[in-house]
Ligand binder design. Structure first.
Ligand code: BGC
Length: 251
């Protein structure tokens, strides 16, 4: 069988601490050349665009860019800013980034991008039914798929679980801020998983984010009625999915 032809795009993932980008073969999901710069999370809009450009400008010029951003994105416009400068709300990220980068830009929520990555190339590949992917980092992001179709901007990290939002219980940031032991943090994540499961009854839940690089510290203690998997693209699911988004049109 002949290999499918390479179709290259640039994937960018704006995370809490770093902006990562890579050249991605969207046929296979393979990441080819990577760069990363620190995220100016509370910096101005200009600072953020400048940092994104400083990473992307190291990659070939003419390629389209998929930009994963930690906020609700509706048709290219930022609608929320939980851990960003609030000045982003209402700003047309896709347009602004496209002007700054001189490339076509598809902007997408970061968890939706990670979900697209895992769904096309990773742990949710060929899985039918309801799939919930959670990214665990500064916040908790969510991506929901029904028979392979993304329901964008689900924002389940802001679901109230008891007296707090899910991400204020179980984001890895909280583990650090409150100096929680692995067991205490795993208990919080179990509460979050239970609440989300009771609402959606997913067939499969996939966990992504840097903390999933150390599954030995918590994975065996997780309790969920759905099957649980760790994402296979690890920290690069968002980059791969953002690049893929450039080939999909509006998500
Ligand atoms: C934001 C989401 C984002 C998630 C992960 C949340 O605080 O509201 O849009 O996907 O963090 O970055």
């Amino acid at each position: 069988m002949s290999k499918p032809m390479q179709k290259l795009s640039i994937g960018v993932d704006v995370g809490g601490s770093s902006i990562k980008c890579a050249l991605v073969d969207t046929a296979s999901g393979q990441r080819l050349e990577r760069h990363s710069v620190p995220t100016p999370a509370q910096g101005s809009i200009e600072d953020m665009l400048e940092s994104i450009a400083s990473a992307v400008d190291k990659l070939p010029a003419a390629l389209p860019v998929g930009l994963a951003f930690p906020s609700v994105i509706v048709r290219g416009t930022v609608r929320t800013a939980a851990h960003l400068n609030k000045g982003w709300i209402g700003r047309p990220l896709g347009e602004l980034a496209s002007r700054r980068l001189g490339r076509a830009v598809t902007a997408i929520n970061d968890a939706d991008a990670a979900g697209l990555g895992e769904q096309r190339y990773g742990a949710a590949r060929d899985v039918r039914g309801t799939v919930l992917l959670l990214t665990l980092g500064t916040g908790i992001g969510s991506a929901l798929f029904i028979n392979g179709q993304l329901v964008p901007n689900t924002e389940l990290g802001h679901l109230r679980v008891g007296d707090r939002e899910a991400e204020e219980r179980a984001a890895p940031r909280i583990k650090v801020e409150r100096d929680l032991s692995w067991d205490a943090w795993t208990d919080e994540l179990n509460l979050v998983l239970r609440e989300m499961h009771a609402l959606l009854w997913p067939d499969l839940v996939i966990l992504c984010g840097g903390i999933t690089e150390e599954p030995e510290n918590f994975f065996s203690k997780l309790r969920c009625e759905a099957e649980l998997r760790i994402g296979t693209l690890r920290a690069e699911a968002g980059i791969a999915g953002a690049a893929l988004a450039t080939t999909l049109g509006d998500t």
